[in-house]
Write a protein that binds this ligand. Structure first.
Ligand SMILES: N[C@@H](CCC(=O)N[C@@H](CS)C(=O)NCC(=O)O)C(=O)O
Length: 194
């Protein structure tokens, strides 16, 4: 059985939880307390970070790599486009995550003076993209959307950033939340608040 070393509050782990749920893959969920990480986690990932996926002797860190591994190992339902060029463009979204959202999200989370404004600027850029396409990598939902949605959800739910100024981003989030795999993440966030 697959094991996921996981933390509810971790958006990188959320990516993997969503892919596993979309593909209907059963797994054992091992929650890691990030404020008191067990020493053995470093044997699985020398960086001591989650997510880590494990199956017998095979141990895999790094959420983009895990997502792509799951896509290859469990091809149905497909979460990358069939067309090679479209697949490559979906991968560009994963590759550029830090520049396009991650860095400024963490600036906001760390309370940098201009962090919130910087995060809002990144959300405004996503709005521009999503005004022209239903999903980040085109006509179909997939890994690119899954790679970004945990942070957009946390911006709304945890940082109370009102998405009102960005109707296309809001509509994209609503479309994603119609999917049980993504909606389950709202429950994860609610449990963290309780
Ligand atoms: N590049 C990693 C980043 C994972 C990551 O930063 N996870 C955080 C939790 S959200 C973590 O384990 N932090 C512990 C630490 O930084 O020491 C990935 O994509 O999986």
């Amino acid at each position: 059985m697959l094991v996921l070393y996981d933390a509810g509050r971790c958006p990188y782990c959320a990516r993997v939880r969503i892919v596993l749920a979309e593909k209907g893959v059963e797994f054992e969920d091992v929650q890691i307390d990030l404020s008191d990480r067990p020493a053995w986690l470093y044997e699985k990932n020398p960086l001591g970070k989650v997510p880590v996926l494990e199956e017998d002797a095979f141990v895999l860190p790094e959420s983009p790599v895990i997502m792509e591994y799951l896509e290859e190992r469990y091809p149905e339902p497909a979460l990358l486009p069939a067309d090679p060029a479209a697949r490559a463009l979906a991968r560009v979204w994963l590759e550029r995550f830090d520049d396009l959202l991650g860095r400024d999200y963490y600036a906001a989370r760390c309370g940098d003076d201009d962090g919130r404004e910087r995060l809002q600027a990144r959300l405004a850029e996503l709005e521009e993209v999503l005004a022209g396409t239903p999903f980040l990598s085109g006509a179909d939902y997939g890994l690119a959307d899954i790679a970004y949605v945990p942070w957009v959800l946390r911006a709304r739910e945890t940082f109370a950033i009102d998405l009102e100024p960005w109707p296309s981003l809001r509509a994209w989030l609503d479309r994603l939340l119609e999917r049980p795999a993504v909606a389950a993440e709202l429950d994860v966030l609610a449990a963290l608040r309780s």
